[in-house]
Design a protein around this ligand. Sequence first.
Ligand SMILES: Cc1ncc(C[n+]2csc(CCOP(=O)(O)OP(=O)(O)O)c2C)c(N)n1
Ligand code: SF4
Ligand SMILES: [Mg+2]
Length: 351
Amino acid sequence: MTYLAKPKLHHPTLPKNTLGFTRRDYEGKVSTLCAGCGHDSISAALIQACWELDIEPHRMAKLSGIGCSSKTPDYFLGNSHGFNTVHGRMPSVLTGANLANRELLYLGVSGDGDSASIGLGQFAHAMRRGVNMTYIVENNGVYGLTKGQFSATADQGSKSKKGVINSDAPIDLVALALQLGATYVGRSFSGDKDQLVPLIKGALRHRGAAFIDVISPCVAFNNHAGSTKSYDYVRAHNEAVNRLDFMPRRDPVSASYAPGEVIEVTQHDGSVLRLRKLAEGYDAGDRLAAMTHIHAHEARGEILTGLLYVRGDSQDLHAHLRTVDTPLNRLAEAELCPGSAVLAALNAELA
Ligand SMILES: Cc1ncc(C[n+]2csc(CCOP(=O)(O)OP(=O)(O)O)c2C)c(N)n1
Ligand code: SF4
Ligand SMILES: [Mg+2]
């Protein structure tokens, strides 16, 4: 409960990262979510990823919409910037913040209701514009906060807690993100920390729109037989395409792997994603093949997880708009309003 303050004392032997911070320094308030909610495991994975990446908490901005999932930024990175937007409006508020200050790291946390229903248009435009962000959807197939109605990601034929069968076709946000031009696309399961932590680390180091759909069971309203987002169902149908290692830039890159078994993708900052292929012939650099693969496995009732697509030479919105390197919120009047002589020269160019 949030009225119970977390003890501030750290055990003296807790390991520290290169900034001198322990994992506890990346925590937030005590979670008010239901015990066992998948969303809390995602918060734990985010804390670990940020601690391992030596992220300075004040350089991170976390934005969210409305929902149990969107409440979670309160439970991690308590020393970072945070903004709870209106339901479904996280992407546009984040885009504005990112345009104003390109130097922060942007994390968008949303739910399947927040992103696939009311915020679907906002989600689409953040992806196609290449907003430099890590966009995480904590996907439980229901509106958890408002007591378990089917969301737009609920599978057709899946059963609600009260026994109602969902008759509508689902929206697959991963397939949509790929189609819309996201340059880093992955899916994971809240119960698979080994897969989720490196996936988040790769996304945080990616330049451009990085999207991760995390299946995150709602223990209160969507964890029964007949649900396709329950712990049991996801464990039984999870099909990983690759295993991911994230290597920060400062580490020497070794090449001790058998050819054909591992693909390496170097990101813009020099960090390396090392992908061990699990699925025969899976190439995370081939967008069309990724789309086909996702649909083929979906037809078999399997949930494909791992890094599904990544583009090493990705660009972001600032590159598309050719903005200046200095964050726009730091430009002073002299730069923003350089005077009539500059205006006259510009007009002369257009004449
Ligand atoms: C404009 C608006 N419409 C509807 C609501 C009611 N509402 C609150 S949360 C929510 C859905 C949340 O679902 P999801 O994003 O999947 O989050 P979860 O709780 O499942 O993590 C809805 C419909 C609202 N808060 N604001
Ligand atoms: S209602 Fe569902 S999504 Fe919300 S906190 Fe409880 S288990 Fe999590
Ligand atoms: Mg939900």
